[in-house]
Design a binder for this molecule. Structure first.
Ligand code: BTN
Length: 317
C-alpha cells in the first residue's frame, strides 16, 4: 500500500493531492492514508501536508526505489521493468538467472553486492549506498561477434551522461571510465549464445559514486565521483546513463553503425594519442594508442614501429 501511495505522490509531479483522493483511489480510510504517509516520511521522503490541499512530495532520498526511478526516467525499453534490492550477491548473476523469462531492457539494481564481480575474476567492491551497481538485460538481434560493441555503447553512455552532468571523464578502451586518470566505473558484459545467435546479453555497470575509502591494492587506481570533488545524486546519474544507453543502443540495433559508436568513443578516449601499456598475461608492452577503427578495435603502435589491432584485452596508462 505504501508503494501505491508513493506512486500517486510521484505521479502528481510536485503538485498537492488530497487525502480524500488517495483514500478513494486506493479504497482505504483517510487515517490509514495518514499512517502510511507517516511511515513513508520515516524512510526519508519529505512530504508536505497542508490542510484542504493534501500532500505534496518535495524531496526523496537517494535510494533505489523502482517507482521513484520510473518517475524520473524518460525511456521506452531500458528500465521498463526495474528490480531493486537492498542486498544481493551480484546483480549480473541475478540478471543471468532471470534473463530467459525477462523482457529486454529489464534492469537490476542493488544498494549493496556481497559477491560483486569484475572482469577477469576480480572482486568488485560494492559497499551499501556508495555506488551504482546495475545490470541491464538485452536481447539484440545481432551476430555474437558484434557483442563487444555493446560494452562500448555502455561506456559511451556513462561518459556522456557524466560529462553532461559536469563531470569531466573519459573512456579507457574498451570498458573503464576514468576521472583524472583514475577508474570510477567498470563494465562487465556477459553473453549467452545458442548455436550462432545471441540469447541474451547482461551488461553490468559498477560506478563508485560516494566511495571514499578503497582497499589498499586498488587505492592508487580507483576513485569515486565524490572523491574527485563532485557531489551528485545517484538517481540523477542513473537516469541519465539509462537514457543515453537507450538512445545509442536502439540506434545501433536498427542501423548497425559500429563506426558511429567507434568515432564517438574516440572523442572521449583517454588513450588515443597517449603512451599506454598493452597487457597480455603477465607481460606489459609499451605502446601508443593510435585509433579506434571502424570495427571498434583499438590500434596501437609499439616502440619498434610495429602496430597491432586489439579486439579486446587490457591496456593500462
Ligand atoms: C570491471 O571493471 O572489472 C567490471 C566491473 C563491473 C562491476 C559491475 S557492478 C554491477 C554488476 N554486477 C557485478 O557483479 N559486476 C557488475
Amino acid at each position: 500500500m505504501k508503494d501505491k501511495i508513493l506512486k500517486l505522490l510521484l505521479e502528481a509531479k510536485g503538485e498537492f493531492i488530497s487525502g480524500e483522493y488517495i483514500s478513494e483511489k486506493l479504497g482505504i480510510s483517510r487515517s490509514a492514508v495518514w499512517k502510511h504517509i507517516k511511515s513513508i516520511k520515516e524512510e526519508g521522503y519529505e512530504i508536505e501536508s497542508v490542510t484542504k490541499k493534501g500532500y505534496r512530495l518535495n524531496q526523496y532520498p537517494d535510494l533505489f526505489v523502482s517507482e521513484v526511478i520510473k518517475s524520473k526516467l524518460n525511456t521506452n525499453i531500458i528500465g521498463k521493468k526495474i528490480l531493486c534490492f537492498e542486498t544481493i550477491g551480484s546483480t549480473n548473476d541475478h540478471a543471468k538467472k532471470i534473463a530467459k523469462e525477462s523482457e529486454e531492457g529489464t534492469i537490476i539494481l542493488s544498494e549493496e553486492q556481497t559477491k560483486g564481480r569484475g572482469r577477469m575474476g576480480k572482486v568488485w567492491h560494492s559497499i551499501k549506498g556508495d555506488g551504482i551497481w546495475l545490470s541491464i538485460i538485452l536481447k539484440p538481434d545481432i551476430p555474437p561477434y558484434h557483442a563487444p560493441i555493446i560494452t562500448q555503447i555502455a561506456g559511451l553512455s556513462v561518459v556522456i551522461a557524466l560529462n553532461e552532468l559536469g563531470v569531466k571523464s573519459s573512456i579507457k578502451w574498451p570498458n573503464d571510465i576514468l576521472i583524472n586518470n583514475k577508474k570510477i566505473c567498470g563494465i562487465l558484459t556477459e553473453m549467452s549464445i545458442e548455436i550462432d545467435r545471441i540469447d541474451h546479453i547482461v551488461v553490468g555497470i559498477g560506478m563508485n559514486v560516494k566511495t571514499l575509502d578503497f582497499p589498499n591494492d586498488i587505492e592508487n587506481m580507483a576513485t569515486s565521483i565524490l572523491k574527485e570533488g563532485y557531489s551528485l545524486n545517484r538517481l540523477d546519474i542513473l537516469s541519465r546513463i539509462l537514457e543515453k544507453f537507450e538512445e545509442f543502443y536502439t540506434d545501433y540495433v536498427s542501423n548497425n553503425d559500429i563506426e558511429k559508436i567507434a568515432n564517438m568513443c574516440k572523442t572521449y578516449s583517454a588513450i588515443i594519442g597517449k603512451d599506454i601499456y598493452v597487457i597480455k598475461g603477465d607481460k606489459r608492452r609499451k605502446a601508443r594508442g593510435i585509433d579506434i577503427n571502424k570495427n571498434g578495435n583499438l590500434i596501437v603502435e609499439y616502440e619498434d614501429g610495429s602496430s597491432e589491432e586489439l579486439v579486446s584485452g587490457e591496456v593500462s596508462i
